[in-house]
Design a protein around this ligand. Structure first.
Ligand SMILES: Nc1ncnc2c1ncn2[C@@H]1O[C@H](COP(=O)(O)OP(=O)(O)OP(=O)(O)O)[C@@H](O)[C@H]1O
Ligand SMILES: Nc1ncnc2c1ncn2[C@@H]1O[C@H](COP(=O)(O)OP(=O)(O)OP(=O)(O)O)[C@@H](O)[C@H]1O
Ligand SMILES: [Mg+2]
Ligand SMILES: [Mg+2]
Lengths: 259, 259
């Protein structure tokens, strides 16, 4: 049965998509796993970040599935040129779908129900979340076995981490859904900013010591270039510091993910 | 009558808040204007970015005002230690307020109505928007005279610009609200990434040549440090490259803003 990981934090632009895409690709390429990447963000950036790898077409999107009568995410899944990696892209209408979801019975559980069958087919399901605490993020968290929380070295990103942790607690209180944190991942770390990095790391350790991952993703423009070329970093430049860091992330997560 | 500027783009983390805060502070400090900074994002980051400067208390937040019977944003305005700069902070409940707004008559115009009186008191009103195209962003755009659109040097940020421009067109079609673009502002520019910068700039020029501002905000960690210390960059370090860039932005915008 698949392990499902929600890549989530409230703050914008801290590397949710970059992490979700490269984690999913790494599991397929390095660990030869069968992986589904689900884009839960109306920006559609998982599809953009993998645009050169997409194969085939689908008439369904994530929004269609979530609102549909018999929901199976497989109907929106596209193969990629990467063996073992499938993707269900979102589209710009996912925002409208999110509004429509708000009046549905059990609105927080629509994705979980849509993933039921897929969880018997894949080894890992990676959920890329939008930069907010709305219905799509809550659906991802309710459908997940783990939360992976990126944080860059800024006070505003730290506040976003506090916000998503607060939501985790709320889902536990409200639904009894205990979503463990797979880890908090420091991203976009510029090693020259020692003072600022130190202050943010101290704060993260102070509040979330047991969750803070050792792996750090450094600033490496190759990661953004790979997205422009529509490839995961392992296909774009497997030897750059960004690729090595995402490899190191997989190795650090291996025990917990049963790799 | 105030000029109202919505700082907006769909992409997360490209400097909406950093630009809104430092533009507002610059207008007050450099140009001695009376400025109101309105936080339209439930992350509450305008308040965080100015936490050392806030003075006084208010029992109302932006969400309370937008849902209230007689809406006047002034009831949520706080003075700051910066002469000429006031702020209406958001809070984490703004998300709930956004949901409640969706069922109101003329939901897109609630902020415009709440700013009516304020527009007779201030010279400039700056609206910091969340990273999405939801009701709060639409309210900001419907209340504004200008849209200022930040974009960093990445393909995903470029897609976010296309998304917000599409929304501008939709507001024109639907409401006849023609919101001119004050400019598109390149942010977080790392001058070492010449190739990547060139590709994104060519794309911006290709589509939005007339709107692209000459001023470029370079990567400067002082801007993030200033936020950690709760001050605008002009109060934190007026001589750093980030401060000089935001000064240059004001000078470039001066003719259009009547400065
Ligand atoms: N380690 C890194 N080094 C350099 N650039 C990076 C790094 N991580 C991410 N980026 C770039 O920073 C930008 C933001 O990253 P990304 O889009 O993954 O964040 P996000 O949290 O998904 O944003 P959003 O909140 O908009 O969904 C992207 O253009 C991405 O290519
Ligand atoms: N030119 C810059 N140089 C260095 N850091 C910057 C620069 N501009 C912004 N930052 C930092 O980058 C992060 C993202 O910026 P900011 O929060 O202003 O973006 P945003 O678009 O408002 O994000 P969100 O989508 O979450 O609202 C912040 O921590 C900020 O301090
Ligand atoms: Mg993203
Ligand atoms: Mg912001």
């Amino acid at each position: 049965r698949a392990q499902t990981i929600a890549v989530c934090t409230r703050k914008g632009g801290v590397g949710k998509t970059t992490t979700a895409v490269n984690l999913a690709a790494g599991l397929a390429i390095r660990n030869h796993k069968k992986v589904l990447l689900v884009d839960m963000d109306g920006q559609g950036h998982c599809g953009s970040a993998l645009h050169s790898e997409l194969r085939g077409v689908t008439s369904e999107t994530v929004g269609d599935i979530l609102l549909g009568k018999r929901r199976d995410i497989q109907e929106a899944a596209l193969a990629t040129a990467i063996p073992g990696l499938w993707i269900t892209p979102s589209d710009k209408d996912l925002g409208a779908a999110e509004d429509a979801m708000s009046s549905k019975l059990g609105k927080e559980l629509l994705l979980r129900s849509a993933l039921k069958v897929a969880k018997t087919h894949y080894d890992y399901i990676i959920l890329d979340c939008p930069p907010n605490l709305g219905t799509l993020t809550v659906n991802a968290m309710m459908a997940a076995d783990w939360a992976l929380i990126p944080c860059d070295m800024s006070i505003l990103a730290l506040e976003g981490v506090d916000d998503i942790v607060e939501t985790l607690d709320a889902l536990d209180d409200t639904f009894g859904h205990e979503l463990p944190v797979l880890g908090m991942l420091r991203t976009r770390v510029d090693l020259r900013n020692q003072k600022m990095n130190g202050r943010i790391e101290d704060a993260l350790r102070g509040r979330y010591a047991s969750m803070l991952l050792d792996t750090v993703i450094p600033v490496n423009t190759r990661l953004a270039q790979a997205q422009m070329d529509g490839q995961p970093i392992l296909r774009h430049d497997a030897s750059c510091t960004g690729a090595k860091a995402y490899d190191a992330l997989l190795e650090e997560l291996a025990p917990r993910l049963g790799l």
